[in-house]
Each structure stands twice: as structure tokens, then as C-alpha cells.
Design a protein around this ligand. Sequence first.
Ligand SMILES: [Zn+2]
Length: 133
Amino acid sequence: MNEIVTAPVPRRQGEAQRVARAAYPFRCCVVCGLQIPTCLTVAHLDHAAGNNDPDNLAYLCQTHHWMYDAGLYPLEAIKMLRAHWQQTQGKASHAARMKDAGPRAAATRKRRAAARKAWAARRQSTDEGPTVD
Ligand SMILES: [Zn+2]
């Protein structure tokens, strides 16, 4: 028999955890942002358990780890999200939605003032009652 026997690649999960922790200090699932430490796994993006290069690792929750392994997320998307979570540190920015908040609030104040004035005018005319000659 000419069978080539290769030794299984050691998984070295402890090393993967240490490398990921050092490379990605903000720990969350890069897809959904879940931050519960016991729910996070370290995914090997090339599916090679022995490759613990920081670029090959990403934190994923169990669900998204399974979905990544099933080919439902592209590698580039995971890497992009991983970098984005590290940059934002999980803090939301509402700047894009609030860019015209000042003028909108001013328009609302103006509309409400006009409505209050109209209501006061109607109330005053009904309080006076119908005029009798
Ligand atoms: Zn997730």
C-alpha cells in the first residue's frame, strides 16, 4: 500500500483565542454585534483550524459561525465588518440621520405655534357665543 498518511492539523484553539483577543480587542460577533463572551467563537475564515494568523480569525456567535461555514456570508464581508466593529467599538452614530434635525425641529415648532394660535382663536370666538342683535 502506498497510502500517504498525514497527521491531522492541530487545532490549537487556545492559541486562536489568544491571537484573536490581542488582534481584536473589541469582542463581538462581527455579523450581529452580540457581545456575550460565552456565546462567541473564534472562526477560522479559511476553514483551516491550524491557521491562527490574525487576518484568518474573526469572532462570530454560534449562529453566524454556522452560517459562515455554510457559505452564507462572503469572506470579504466578514473582514470588512470585523474592521468596522473595531473602529466603531460598538458605539452607534446617528449623525447621518440627524444631519437636518435642526431645520426639521424649527419647522415643527412653527407648525405647532400656528396650530396653538388657531385653536386659541377658535376657542375665543366660541366663548363669546353668538352675537344677538
Ligand atoms: Zn452573530
